[in-house]
Design a protein around this ligand. Structure first.
Ligand code: HEC
Ligand code: HEC
Length: 350
Protein backbone atom coordinates (compact mmCIF):
# COMPACT_ATOMS: atom_id res chain seq x y z
CA UNK A 1 0.00 0.00 0.00
CA UNK A 2 1.24 3.45 -0.81
CA UNK A 3 1.81 5.99 1.86
CA UNK A 4 -1.10 7.94 0.45
CA UNK A 5 -3.39 4.90 0.58
CA UNK A 6 -2.73 4.15 4.25
CA UNK A 7 -3.33 7.79 5.13
CA UNK A 8 -6.71 7.62 3.41
CA UNK A 9 -7.56 4.45 5.32
CA UNK A 10 -6.56 6.18 8.53
CA UNK A 11 -8.79 9.21 7.92
CA UNK A 12 -11.67 6.92 7.01
CA UNK A 13 -11.15 4.89 10.18
CA UNK A 14 -11.11 7.97 12.38
CA UNK A 15 -14.26 9.25 10.65
CA UNK A 16 -15.93 5.91 11.34
CA UNK A 17 -14.82 6.00 14.96
CA UNK A 18 -16.14 9.52 15.34
CA UNK A 19 -19.49 8.45 13.92
CA UNK A 20 -19.61 5.48 16.26
CA UNK A 21 -18.84 7.78 19.16
CA UNK A 22 -21.60 10.18 18.16
CA UNK A 23 -24.01 7.29 17.81
CA UNK A 24 -23.16 6.04 21.29
CA UNK A 25 -23.62 9.49 22.77
CA UNK A 26 -27.01 9.83 21.09
CA UNK A 27 -28.11 6.43 22.33
CA UNK A 28 -27.02 7.38 25.81
CA UNK A 29 -28.92 10.65 25.53
CA UNK A 30 -32.06 8.85 24.40
CA UNK A 31 -31.72 6.41 27.26
CA UNK A 32 -31.48 9.25 29.75
CA UNK A 33 -34.48 10.89 28.14
CA UNK A 34 -36.55 7.76 28.62
CA UNK A 35 -35.29 7.12 32.11
CA UNK A 36 -36.09 10.64 33.32
CA UNK A 37 -39.05 11.91 31.34
CA UNK A 38 -39.63 15.60 31.78
CA UNK A 39 -35.97 16.33 32.44
CA UNK A 40 -35.53 18.19 29.17
CA UNK A 41 -39.13 18.91 28.35
CA UNK A 42 -39.34 22.43 29.76
CA UNK A 43 -42.57 21.17 31.37
CA UNK A 44 -40.85 21.06 34.73
CA UNK A 45 -42.51 24.19 35.95
CA UNK A 46 -42.24 25.49 39.46
CA UNK A 47 -45.06 23.40 40.89
CA UNK A 48 -43.59 20.15 39.72
CA UNK A 49 -40.25 21.03 41.17
CA UNK A 50 -41.93 22.02 44.40
CA UNK A 51 -43.83 18.79 44.45
CA UNK A 52 -40.70 16.85 43.71
CA UNK A 53 -39.26 18.38 46.84
CA UNK A 54 -42.04 17.13 49.10
CA UNK A 55 -43.17 14.08 47.23
CA UNK A 56 -40.39 11.60 46.57
CA UNK A 57 -41.99 8.23 47.25
CA UNK A 58 -40.40 8.07 50.66
CA UNK A 59 -42.80 10.73 51.97
CA UNK A 60 -45.59 8.20 52.17
CA UNK A 61 -43.56 5.26 53.37
CA UNK A 62 -42.82 4.52 56.99
CA UNK A 63 -44.38 7.58 58.60
CA UNK A 64 -43.42 8.19 62.21
CA UNK A 65 -45.55 6.26 64.70
CA UNK A 66 -46.85 7.26 68.09
CA UNK A 67 -45.68 5.04 70.96
CA UNK A 68 -47.78 1.96 71.63
CA UNK A 69 -49.95 1.79 74.72
CA UNK A 70 -48.11 -1.07 76.39
CA UNK A 71 -45.27 1.32 77.10
CA UNK A 72 -47.52 3.08 79.58
CA UNK A 73 -46.62 0.34 82.04
CA UNK A 74 -43.39 2.26 82.62
CA UNK A 75 -45.30 5.33 83.78
CA UNK A 76 -46.22 5.98 87.39
CA UNK A 77 -49.91 5.44 88.12
CA UNK A 78 -50.58 9.15 88.42
CA UNK A 79 -48.70 9.96 85.22
CA UNK A 80 -50.51 7.25 83.34
CA UNK A 81 -53.84 8.54 84.60
CA UNK A 82 -52.94 12.03 83.40
CA UNK A 83 -51.93 10.86 79.92
CA UNK A 84 -55.10 8.79 79.56
CA UNK A 85 -57.28 11.68 80.72
CA UNK A 86 -55.52 13.89 78.18
CA UNK A 87 -56.29 11.44 75.40
CA UNK A 88 -59.90 11.20 76.55
CA UNK A 89 -60.19 15.01 76.40
CA UNK A 90 -58.74 15.12 72.89
CA UNK A 91 -61.06 12.37 71.66
CA UNK A 92 -64.23 13.46 73.48
CA UNK A 93 -63.73 17.16 74.11
CA UNK A 94 -67.44 17.94 73.73
CA UNK A 95 -68.40 15.66 76.63
CA UNK A 96 -66.29 17.88 78.90
CA UNK A 97 -66.25 21.35 77.33
CA UNK A 98 -69.04 21.33 74.73
CA UNK A 99 -72.40 23.11 75.13
CA UNK A 100 -73.52 20.21 77.37
CA UNK A 101 -70.06 19.56 78.78
CA UNK A 102 -69.68 18.11 82.26
CA UNK A 103 -66.71 20.30 83.25
CA UNK A 104 -68.06 23.52 81.74
CA UNK A 105 -69.71 24.76 78.58
CA UNK A 106 -66.91 26.66 76.90
CA UNK A 107 -66.63 25.46 73.29
CA UNK A 108 -68.62 24.70 70.16
CA UNK A 109 -69.19 20.97 70.60
CA UNK A 110 -66.41 19.76 68.33
CA UNK A 111 -63.71 17.38 69.51
CA UNK A 112 -60.00 18.00 69.05
CA UNK A 113 -59.98 14.60 67.41
CA UNK A 114 -62.35 15.75 64.66
CA UNK A 115 -59.33 17.47 63.11
CA UNK A 116 -56.48 15.63 64.88
CA UNK A 117 -57.48 12.12 63.90
CA UNK A 118 -57.01 9.08 66.13
CA UNK A 119 -56.35 11.38 69.06
CA UNK A 120 -53.62 13.14 67.12
CA UNK A 121 -51.65 10.09 66.00
CA UNK A 122 -52.80 9.55 62.39
CA UNK A 123 -50.07 10.06 59.71
CA UNK A 124 -50.96 13.16 57.66
CA UNK A 125 -54.07 13.39 59.83
CA UNK A 126 -52.90 16.59 61.53
CA UNK A 127 -51.20 14.61 64.31
CA UNK A 128 -49.27 15.90 67.32
CA UNK A 129 -46.02 14.05 66.67
CA UNK A 130 -43.97 17.21 66.05
CA UNK A 131 -45.30 19.23 68.98
CA UNK A 132 -43.22 18.09 71.95
CA UNK A 133 -39.98 18.34 69.95
CA UNK A 134 -40.65 21.79 68.49
CA UNK A 135 -42.25 23.91 71.21
CA UNK A 136 -41.68 26.50 72.51
CA UNK A 137 -41.64 27.79 68.96
CA UNK A 138 -41.62 31.23 67.36
CA UNK A 139 -44.77 31.60 65.30
CA UNK A 140 -45.36 34.35 62.78
CA UNK A 141 -49.11 34.38 63.40
CA UNK A 142 -48.61 35.82 66.90
CA UNK A 143 -45.12 37.17 66.31
CA UNK A 144 -44.11 35.60 69.64
CA UNK A 145 -42.41 32.57 71.08
CA UNK A 146 -45.33 30.26 71.86
CA UNK A 147 -45.48 27.51 74.42
CA UNK A 148 -47.82 24.55 74.18
CA UNK A 149 -50.41 26.14 76.47
CA UNK A 150 -50.76 29.01 74.03
CA UNK A 151 -50.90 26.65 71.04
CA UNK A 152 -53.57 24.40 72.59
CA UNK A 153 -55.60 27.46 73.59
CA UNK A 154 -55.35 28.76 70.01
CA UNK A 155 -57.31 25.71 68.95
CA UNK A 156 -59.78 26.08 71.84
CA UNK A 157 -60.45 29.70 70.87
CA UNK A 158 -60.42 29.32 67.09
CA UNK A 159 -61.09 25.74 66.00
CA UNK A 160 -63.46 25.15 68.91
CA UNK A 161 -64.63 28.76 68.83
CA UNK A 162 -64.48 28.74 72.62
CA UNK A 163 -62.55 29.88 75.66
CA UNK A 164 -58.96 29.31 76.67
CA UNK A 165 -58.06 27.05 79.59
CA UNK A 166 -55.82 28.29 82.36
CA UNK A 167 -52.32 26.82 82.32
CA UNK A 168 -52.99 25.41 85.81
CA UNK A 169 -56.25 23.73 84.75
CA UNK A 170 -56.25 19.96 85.33
CA UNK A 171 -57.53 19.44 81.78
CA UNK A 172 -54.76 21.56 80.25
CA UNK A 173 -52.11 19.67 82.20
CA UNK A 174 -53.56 16.37 81.04
CA UNK A 175 -53.67 17.47 77.39
CA UNK A 176 -50.02 18.53 77.57
CA UNK A 177 -49.04 15.27 79.27
CA UNK A 178 -50.72 13.37 76.45
CA UNK A 179 -49.06 15.47 73.73
CA UNK A 180 -45.68 14.87 75.41
CA UNK A 181 -46.44 11.14 75.50
CA UNK A 182 -47.27 11.06 71.79
CA UNK A 183 -44.07 12.90 70.83
CA UNK A 184 -41.71 11.32 73.35
CA UNK A 185 -39.51 9.52 70.81
CA UNK A 186 -38.99 12.48 68.49
CA UNK A 187 -35.57 14.18 68.76
CA UNK A 188 -35.59 17.88 69.66
CA UNK A 189 -36.39 20.19 66.70
CA UNK A 190 -37.00 17.24 64.39
CA UNK A 191 -40.14 17.19 62.22
CA UNK A 192 -41.20 13.57 61.89
CA UNK A 193 -42.41 12.25 58.57
CA UNK A 194 -46.20 12.29 58.35
CA UNK A 195 -46.77 14.90 61.05
CA UNK A 196 -49.23 17.74 60.64
CA UNK A 197 -51.10 18.30 57.38
CA UNK A 198 -49.83 17.35 53.94
CA UNK A 199 -49.01 20.29 51.66
CA UNK A 200 -50.66 19.75 48.30
CA UNK A 201 -49.17 21.14 45.10
CA UNK A 202 -50.79 24.43 44.10
CA UNK A 203 -53.28 24.58 41.23
CA UNK A 204 -52.68 26.78 38.21
CA UNK A 205 -56.16 28.20 38.60
CA UNK A 206 -58.27 29.59 41.43
CA UNK A 207 -60.14 26.97 43.44
CA UNK A 208 -63.71 26.67 42.16
CA UNK A 209 -66.49 26.83 44.74
CA UNK A 210 -69.16 25.56 42.29
CA UNK A 211 -67.16 22.46 41.47
CA UNK A 212 -66.52 22.15 45.19
CA UNK A 213 -70.23 22.24 45.96
CA UNK A 214 -70.76 19.36 43.58
CA UNK A 215 -68.08 17.31 45.30
CA UNK A 216 -69.57 18.16 48.68
CA UNK A 217 -72.98 16.88 47.57
CA UNK A 218 -71.51 13.72 46.06
CA UNK A 219 -68.94 12.78 48.69
CA UNK A 220 -69.47 14.61 51.95
CA UNK A 221 -73.11 15.46 52.47
CA UNK A 222 -74.27 12.00 53.59
CA UNK A 223 -72.32 12.42 56.81
CA UNK A 224 -71.82 16.15 57.25
CA UNK A 225 -75.45 16.88 56.22
CA UNK A 226 -77.10 19.09 53.69
CA UNK A 227 -76.22 22.39 55.29
CA UNK A 228 -72.82 21.29 56.54
CA UNK A 229 -74.27 21.42 60.05
CA UNK A 230 -73.14 17.92 61.04
CA UNK A 231 -75.10 15.36 63.01
CA UNK A 232 -75.39 15.24 66.80
CA UNK A 233 -75.60 11.95 68.69
CA UNK A 234 -78.89 10.90 70.28
CA UNK A 235 -78.17 12.56 73.60
CA UNK A 236 -77.02 15.75 71.88
CA UNK A 237 -73.76 15.79 73.83
CA UNK A 238 -71.39 15.37 70.89
CA UNK A 239 -71.27 15.12 67.12
CA UNK A 240 -71.32 11.83 65.30
CA UNK A 241 -70.42 13.84 62.19
CA UNK A 242 -68.94 17.24 62.97
CA UNK A 243 -70.14 20.45 61.32
CA UNK A 244 -68.18 21.90 58.37
CA UNK A 245 -69.69 25.37 58.55
CA UNK A 246 -72.36 27.32 60.42
CA UNK A 247 -72.52 28.49 64.07
CA UNK A 248 -71.08 25.27 65.58
CA UNK A 249 -68.06 25.07 63.28
CA UNK A 250 -64.52 26.42 63.53
CA UNK A 251 -64.31 30.21 63.31
CA UNK A 252 -62.62 32.23 60.59
CA UNK A 253 -59.44 32.72 62.62
CA UNK A 254 -58.81 28.94 62.69
CA UNK A 255 -56.11 27.08 60.80
CA UNK A 256 -58.62 25.25 58.63
CA UNK A 257 -59.93 28.54 57.34
CA UNK A 258 -56.80 28.62 55.16
CA UNK A 259 -57.77 26.47 52.21
CA UNK A 260 -54.31 24.91 51.81
CA UNK A 261 -54.74 23.39 55.29
CA UNK A 262 -58.31 22.30 54.65
CA UNK A 263 -57.51 20.84 51.21
CA UNK A 264 -54.47 18.93 52.54
CA UNK A 265 -56.47 17.59 55.46
CA UNK A 266 -59.40 16.53 53.29
CA UNK A 267 -57.28 14.92 50.57
CA UNK A 268 -55.68 12.34 52.86
CA UNK A 269 -58.45 11.91 55.47
CA UNK A 270 -61.86 12.35 53.85
CA UNK A 271 -64.35 10.88 53.05
CA UNK A 272 -63.89 9.44 56.54
CA UNK A 273 -62.04 6.12 56.36
CA UNK A 274 -59.46 7.05 53.74
CA UNK A 275 -55.86 7.66 54.74
CA UNK A 276 -52.62 8.72 53.08
CA UNK A 277 -52.49 5.17 51.70
CA UNK A 278 -55.79 5.21 49.84
CA UNK A 279 -56.88 8.78 49.13
CA UNK A 280 -60.01 9.10 46.99
CA UNK A 281 -60.05 12.71 45.90
CA UNK A 282 -57.89 14.24 43.21
CA UNK A 283 -55.84 17.22 44.36
CA UNK A 284 -58.09 19.61 42.48
CA UNK A 285 -61.20 18.08 44.05
CA UNK A 286 -59.68 18.65 47.47
CA UNK A 287 -58.90 22.30 46.66
CA UNK A 288 -62.35 22.89 45.19
CA UNK A 289 -64.31 21.32 48.03
CA UNK A 290 -62.14 23.22 50.52
CA UNK A 291 -62.94 26.49 48.76
CA UNK A 292 -66.67 25.70 48.89
CA UNK A 293 -66.60 24.88 52.61
CA UNK A 294 -64.64 28.01 53.48
CA UNK A 295 -66.93 30.17 51.35
CA UNK A 296 -69.87 29.25 53.60
CA UNK A 297 -70.81 31.26 56.73
CA UNK A 298 -69.12 30.56 60.07
CA UNK A 299 -68.38 32.41 63.31
CA UNK A 300 -65.87 35.25 63.29
CA UNK A 301 -62.79 34.87 65.49
CA UNK A 302 -60.49 37.45 67.03
CA UNK A 303 -57.70 38.23 64.57
CA UNK A 304 -56.67 41.62 65.92
CA UNK A 305 -53.29 40.40 67.20
CA UNK A 306 -52.51 38.09 64.27
CA UNK A 307 -49.59 38.49 61.87
CA UNK A 308 -48.09 41.64 63.39
CA UNK A 309 -45.63 41.55 60.48
CA UNK A 310 -48.01 41.57 57.51
CA UNK A 311 -45.25 40.45 55.14
CA UNK A 312 -45.29 37.12 57.01
CA UNK A 313 -48.92 36.35 56.23
CA UNK A 314 -49.14 33.01 54.40
CA UNK A 315 -50.15 33.07 50.75
CA UNK A 316 -53.64 31.83 51.61
CA UNK A 317 -54.39 34.04 54.60
CA UNK A 318 -57.68 35.59 53.47
CA UNK A 319 -57.55 38.84 55.47
CA UNK A 320 -55.63 41.95 54.45
CA UNK A 321 -53.86 44.28 54.68
CA UNK A 322 -51.03 42.65 52.75
CA UNK A 323 -47.49 43.59 51.88
CA UNK A 324 -48.19 42.32 48.35
CA UNK A 325 -50.57 43.78 45.71
CA UNK A 326 -53.02 40.81 45.58
CA UNK A 327 -56.65 40.96 46.70
CA UNK A 328 -58.28 39.20 49.65
CA UNK A 329 -60.26 37.19 47.09
CA UNK A 330 -57.08 35.89 45.48
CA UNK A 331 -55.51 35.18 48.88
CA UNK A 332 -58.59 33.15 49.77
CA UNK A 333 -59.15 31.10 46.61
CA UNK A 334 -56.05 31.54 44.44
CA UNK A 335 -54.53 31.30 41.95
CA UNK A 336 -51.73 31.17 44.51
CA UNK A 337 -48.70 30.71 42.29
CA UNK A 338 -48.41 34.42 41.40
CA UNK A 339 -48.62 35.29 45.10
CA UNK A 340 -45.91 32.82 46.02
CA UNK A 341 -43.76 34.08 43.18
CA UNK A 342 -44.20 37.68 44.30
CA UNK A 343 -43.30 36.70 47.86
CA UNK A 344 -40.18 34.83 46.80
CA UNK A 345 -38.89 37.80 44.82
CA UNK A 346 -39.79 40.46 47.40
CA UNK A 347 -39.22 38.73 50.74
CA UNK A 348 -35.58 37.77 50.20
CA UNK A 349 -34.42 39.70 53.24
CA UNK A 350 -36.97 38.31 55.70
C1 HEC B 1 -61.46 22.46 63.26
C2 HEC B 1 -60.25 21.71 63.29
C3 HEC B 1 -59.43 21.65 64.56
C4 HEC B 1 -59.86 21.33 65.83
C5 HEC B 1 -61.25 20.95 66.27
C6 HEC B 1 -58.69 21.41 66.67
N1 HEC B 1 -57.60 21.74 65.94
FE1 HEC B 1 -55.69 21.87 66.61
N2 HEC B 1 -55.06 22.40 64.75
C7 HEC B 1 -55.87 22.52 63.66
C8 HEC B 1 -55.08 22.98 62.54
C9 HEC B 1 -55.60 23.23 61.14
C10 HEC B 1 -53.77 23.16 63.03
C11 HEC B 1 -52.56 23.71 62.28
C12 HEC B 1 -51.95 22.70 61.40
C13 HEC B 1 -50.84 23.31 60.56
O1 HEC B 1 -50.71 24.53 60.51
O2 HEC B 1 -50.09 22.51 59.98
C14 HEC B 1 -53.81 22.77 64.43
C15 HEC B 1 -52.69 22.76 65.24
C16 HEC B 1 -52.66 22.31 66.55
C17 HEC B 1 -51.46 22.16 67.35
C18 HEC B 1 -50.05 22.46 66.89
C19 HEC B 1 -49.51 21.35 66.04
C20 HEC B 1 -48.09 21.57 65.59
O3 HEC B 1 -47.49 20.60 65.10
O4 HEC B 1 -47.57 22.68 65.70
C21 HEC B 1 -51.87 21.70 68.56
C22 HEC B 1 -50.99 21.38 69.75
C23 HEC B 1 -53.31 21.57 68.53
N3 HEC B 1 -53.75 21.94 67.29
C24 HEC B 1 -54.08 21.13 69.57
C25 HEC B 1 -55.47 21.05 69.53
C26 HEC B 1 -56.28 20.72 70.67
C27 HEC B 1 -55.76 20.36 72.04
C28 HEC B 1 -57.58 20.76 70.25
C29 HEC B 1 -58.84 20.57 71.07
C30 HEC B 1 -58.96 21.46 72.21
C31 HEC B 1 -57.57 21.10 68.83
N4 HEC B 1 -56.28 21.29 68.44
C32 HEC B 1 -58.69 21.17 68.05
C33 HEC B 1 -57.21 22.24 63.58
C34 HEC B 1 -58.01 21.90 64.65
C1 HEC C 1 -68.63 8.48 56.25
C2 HEC C 1 -68.88 9.77 56.82
C3 HEC C 1 -68.07 10.95 56.31
C4 HEC C 1 -67.93 11.38 55.01
C5 HEC C 1 -68.55 10.80 53.77
C6 HEC C 1 -67.10 12.56 55.08
N1 HEC C 1 -66.73 12.82 56.37
FE1 HEC C 1 -65.64 14.38 57.03
N2 HEC C 1 -65.69 13.66 58.90
C7 HEC C 1 -66.37 12.52 59.29
C8 HEC C 1 -66.10 12.25 60.68
C9 HEC C 1 -66.65 11.10 61.51
C10 HEC C 1 -65.22 13.26 61.11
C11 HEC C 1 -64.58 13.37 62.49
C12 HEC C 1 -63.51 12.33 62.66
C13 HEC C 1 -63.19 12.01 64.09
O1 HEC C 1 -63.63 12.71 65.00
O2 HEC C 1 -62.49 11.00 64.28
C14 HEC C 1 -65.01 14.15 59.97
C15 HEC C 1 -64.23 15.30 60.01
C16 HEC C 1 -64.11 16.18 58.97
C17 HEC C 1 -63.44 17.45 59.03
C18 HEC C 1 -62.76 18.08 60.24
C19 HEC C 1 -63.74 18.48 61.29
C20 HEC C 1 -64.73 19.52 60.85
O3 HEC C 1 -65.93 19.26 61.02
O4 HEC C 1 -64.35 20.60 60.36
C21 HEC C 1 -63.51 18.01 57.78
C22 HEC C 1 -62.97 19.35 57.36
C23 HEC C 1 -64.20 17.08 56.95
N3 HEC C 1 -64.57 15.99 57.70
C24 HEC C 1 -64.46 17.28 55.61
C25 HEC C 1 -65.05 16.33 54.78
C26 HEC C 1 -65.18 16.47 53.34
C27 HEC C 1 -64.73 17.67 52.56
C28 HEC C 1 -65.79 15.35 52.89
C29 HEC C 1 -66.11 14.99 51.47
C30 HEC C 1 -64.99 14.97 50.56
C31 HEC C 1 -66.06 14.51 54.04
N4 HEC C 1 -65.59 15.15 55.17
C32 HEC C 1 -66.71 13.30 53.98
C33 HEC C 1 -67.19 11.73 58.52
C34 HEC C 1 -67.31 11.85 57.15
Amino acid sequence: MSNHGSQQLFTRLTALLKMLGLLMISVLFLLILFAFPGMFSGKTNHAEKEQAKVMPDTVFSRPWKAPEDWRMMYLSDSQKEKVLYGRELIAHTAEYFGPKGKVRASSNGMNCQNCHLNAGTQPWGNNYLAVQANYPKFRDRSGTLENQVKRVNDCFQRSLNGQALDSTDKAMKAILAYIAWVGQDVPKHYIPRGSGIYKLALLDRAADTLKGRKIFIEKCQTCHQKNGEGLLNDSGTAYTYPPLWGPASYNNAAGLFRISNLAGYVKYNMPFGVSYQNAQLKDEDAWDVASFINAMPRPSGDKTKDWPDIAKKPFDHPFGPYADPFTEQQHKFGPFKPIKKWKSTHNKKS
